[in-house]
Write a protein that binds this ligand. Sequence first.
Ligand code: SAH
Length: 213
Amino acid sequence: MKNTSKHQGLRNQLAKLLEEKGITDKNVLEAIKIIPRHLFLNSSFEDFAYQDKAFPIAADQTISQPYTVAFQSQLLEVKKDDTILEIGTGSGYQTAVLCIMGAKVYTIERQNELFKKTSLLLPKLGIRPKKVIFGDGYKGLPEFAPFDSIIVTAGAPFIPQPLMAQLKIGGRLVIPLGEEHQIMTMLIRKNETQFEKHEFGEFRFVPLLEDKN
Ligand code: SAH
């Protein structure tokens, strides 16, 4: 698992590109500069790892485009020691960004193959989320709730009610909503019953799927 100065140069360029595309959160850009994205991809994609593109990973899933990862991370306004729930671990790249930003991350994946692969990869890279869980993200993680924020990294047909219930007052839920394409949506919890909704334009994700069992 090599991480060379050539890779570092490519990462610096990627961070610069994301800044030009409108990412302003310095901690997000710093994380992009640090995390070796090429090690989250199949080695046949290594040469392209620092392009701003999504790529296939195992189980017919994708690693999100860096801009999308940066955009969602920025919306979360991550503070050190925030507890964050991520739905859709996938390659673990988004997980790594949040961990490097100082968050305590709980992440759920429903594809066993990806769950196993990513659970092994992250510690090898020195990235230590609080928990990587094999399960159904539609249910959230009630035993560790409430969370400062929740990020969904697959396209959801609707907002799963358990996720709203597991958010702290003042907390943020960032979720791409829609079937064919998705509207990036953020809910901020105002009190027990009220949520403020913000929308941020179109993105494309693999679908958030219901439990297989
Ligand atoms: N954050 C990931 C994105 C992976 S794509 C990355 O940076 O690589 C979205 C992931 O969500 C896929 O791995 C998919 O298997 C997973 N997923 C889909 N439906 C899910 C569900 N109900 N619960 C948990 N994970 C789910």
